[in-house]
Design a protein around this ligand. Structure first.
Ligand code: HEC
Length: 137
């Protein structure tokens, strides 16, 4: 018993009474989390997407500053339910495909003047990575 307490103590769990089995489970969970992270999921956002995720969720129907980007690819612009778009984007009559997304992301203010988004991605290969990711959502 003394030895067991000593083990717990060394892990800092003595006070809350987690025994070696508990410590073992935590170890397994940690290992599993590492193993899962190591697998490259096909829908992993490219690094450049980080600048989008502050304003956009990729969960269907979950809007924040910008509309959810889930299912955007292939849809009409300004067609997500429950989000208040600018009149400019609603009137733009766009369908989001590779060409329109590429132009929009390169310079939203020029492609949709008076629209509410102005986050530019000047690098063409970064835009291509974003578009490939949007297709997967
Ligand atoms: C500062 C906030 C902000 C950032 C950062 C931002 N957006 Fe937006 N985005 C918006 C807003 C607001 C709208 C709605 C535009 C409108 O109504 O004119 C929008 C609209 C869009 C749309 C059109 C959606 C639809 O349903 O028609 C796409 C596509 C889009 N953003 C992609 C991106 C991508 C990709 C990035 C990252 C490179 C990004 N946005 C970064 C705020 C942002």
């Amino acid at each position: 018993m003394a030895k067991r307490l000593a083990i717990c103590g060394s892990f800092g769990f003595g006070a809350i009474g987690v025994g070696p089995i508990g410590v073992g489970l935590i170890g397994v969970a940690g290992f599993l989390a590492t193993a899962l992270n190591a697998q490259p999921p096909s829908t992993q956002p490219p690094d450049v997407m980080m600048q989008c995720l502050g304003c956009h969720s990729v969960e269907p129907g979950r809007h924040s500053v910008g509309p959810s980007l889930a299912g955007t690819y292939g849809k009409d612009a300004a067609s997500q339910d429950g989000y208040e778009y600018s009149y400019a984007l609603m009137d733009a009559q766009l369908v989001w495909d590779e060409a329109t997304l590429d132009s929009y992301l390169a310079n939203p203010a020029r492609f949709v003047p008076d629209g509410a988004m102005n986050s530019r991605v000047p690098d063409a290969s970064e835009r291509a990575a974003i578009i490939a990711y949007l297709k997967s959502l």
